[in-house]
Design a protein around this ligand. Structure first.
Ligand code: PHE
Length: 476
């Protein structure tokens, strides 16, 4: 039997959970990653696929993950173990939890390096470095920065220490308080930035770029990236939301909280796109320029707008906070597992997990410089010719580990757990809402993820060939 409450604590209210889970979901994924992968994958069609994935895959899986967490009330590893036994299945389901812990380590290792960029840009913004800069000047500022591994390592270390401090203190003490003020502030700043971008002459074109789909340029690699990003941005498939769910009071509605979190997360990503692409267009920048995109576009805007130093500093401060509240949730599953299974104190567990992640992060630090030894001369997905460790980790985690973890979570919630158990936990009655969740979780979400992954290797080509005449009919 699972314990009645988690040994690690519970959230004080349902709102604390919503804020913490939103803090986990809203992060670099929304403001840094979403704009640059949208630019790399051609805009509108990619955004549309991403929105579909949020609705059809992300939302049902988030409900499943919270549900499993709250029912198991332990680390993802032990939650899966206990719930599998409770439903009369093999305890090997715990390996799903272990894969999640591993994915969390790998993601945090590079996430922390990029969060370090935000910290560096906070200092740059506040010392007025962007004022009056030309696009070329701003680009040079960025490339000089990432060419300097010592600098990157310093910020990566500082960010890991920040994450360590909150996780070691327990989630309730630090996190709840921080998230309550910072998330709304970030939203306000994003809206100010969108307001600024609306007055540049690229706004109309940017809206069209983001919302007018052109499917002719969308390959399966891009569809996989859009789907992987739906998991990444909602923090799904690795146990972060499961562990947060394990601290959730029994009287909170899982469906309502899920909708709130998903809406906030998607809203922030779309606002970030609306703030950034007008600047890209108005300044003739390259939309597909990769991970440096926001570190080039936004400083340009801050350099030109009134009170740019103030707004720029505030923006990078809030971006760092958003990254911080996500990083905490990436480490939490590993820490709970070490506490429960290795008998460690929370501080020791955090230190063990934190130092391991920090060490893996050094690989990312050394993967951005020209001529860096850690590059692979082959393509994983897409057009890029050279890939660093950063790209490898990003693709392995976001495009493979999270979707695979996600389907297994859906399969467990939809097929392994009994109907009574999920109905009891979700408390939606037997009506259409529950039935929709169950169909999405049992069939639609796993099928969509499988189709995208199989097709990436061309395995479904024969089936698509059968449907080609029908598809042709519709596209005429
Ligand atoms: N959702 C976070 C973001 O968008 C990243 C994250 C992924 C956090 C997976 C936890 C788990 O930045």
């Amino acid at each position: 039997m699972p314990p009645k409450t988690s040994v690690h604590g519970t959230w004080s209210t349902r709102w604390a959970f919503i804020l913490a889970a939103t803090g986990s979901a809203v992060g670099l994924g929304n403001i840094w990653k979403f704009p640059y992968i949208t630019g790399e994958n051609g805009g509108g069609a990619f955004v549309l696929v991403y929105l579909f994935c949020i609705a059809l895959i992300g939302i049902p899986i988030m409900m499943s993950e919270i549900m499993l967490g709250r029912r198991g009330r332990q680390s993802p590893v032990n939650t899966m173990h206990t719930l599998a036994i409770e439903s009369g299945h093999h305890p090997a389901w715990k390996y799903l939890g272990i894969m999640g812990v591993l994915a969390g380590f790998l993601i945090l290792s590079y996430y922390s390096v990029i969060a370090g960029w935000a910290l560096e840009y906070l200092t740059k913004a506040s010392s007025g470095d962007f004022a009056g800069q030309t696009p070329d000047g701003i680009k040079t500022l960025f490339s000089n920065f990432i060419d300097d591994p010592k600098h990157l390592l310093l910020w990566h270390t500082i960010f890991m220490v920040m994450t360590f401090i909150v996780v070691a203190r327990g989630v309730r003490g630090g996190l709840e308080v921080a998230v309550k003020f910072l998330m709304p502030a970030l939203l306000v700043l994003l809206i100010i930035l969108v307001g600024y971008s609306m007055n540049t002459n690229g706004f109309g074109e940017a809206v069209e770029y983001l919302f007018k789909p052109d499917f002719s340029s969308l390959g399966w690699g891009s569809v996989l990236t859009a789907m992987g990003h739906a998991f990444f941005t909602l923090s799904l498939g690795m146990g972060a939301i499961m562990v947060y769910g394990s601290y959730l009071p029994k009287d909170a509605s899982i469906s309502k909280t899920t909708f709130t979190i998903a809406a906030a997360d998607t809203g922030v990503a779309l606002l970030a796109g609306l703030a950034i692409f007008p600047l890209v267009i108005a300044n003739n920048l390259e939309a597909g320029s990769g991970p440096g995109l926001i570190f080039v576009t936004l400083p340009l805007a801050f350099g030109q707008m009134p009170y740019g130093t103030l707004f720029g500093s505030l923006f990078f401060l809030l971006l760092s906070f958003a990254a911080w509240t996500s990083a905490i949730s990436l480490l939490e599953p590993a820490v709970t597992w070490l506490v429960e299974n290795k008998n460690m104190k929370r501080v020791t567990a955090t230190m063990t997990a934190g130092i391991t992640t920090w060490a893996v992060g050094i690989l990312t630090v050394f993967s951005f410089q020209d001529g860096s030894p850690i590059k692979f001369p082959f393509n994983f997905v897409g057009e890029k010719k050279e890939n660093g460790i950063f790209d490898l980790l990003d693709i392995l985690t976001a495009n493979i580990m999270l979707p695979v973890g996600g389907i297994l979570i859906a399969v467990f919630a939809g097929w392994i757990m009994s109907r009574e158990a999920s109905r009891d936990e979700l408390e939606m009655g037997e009506g259409n809402a529950y039935k929709t969740w169950r169909v999405l979780t049992r069939f639609i979400a796993p099928a969509l993820v499988c189709i995208v992954i199989l097709q990436l290797f061309g395995l479904l080509d024969p089936i698509f060939a059968l449907f080609a005449p029908i598809i042709d009919l519709f596209s005429k």
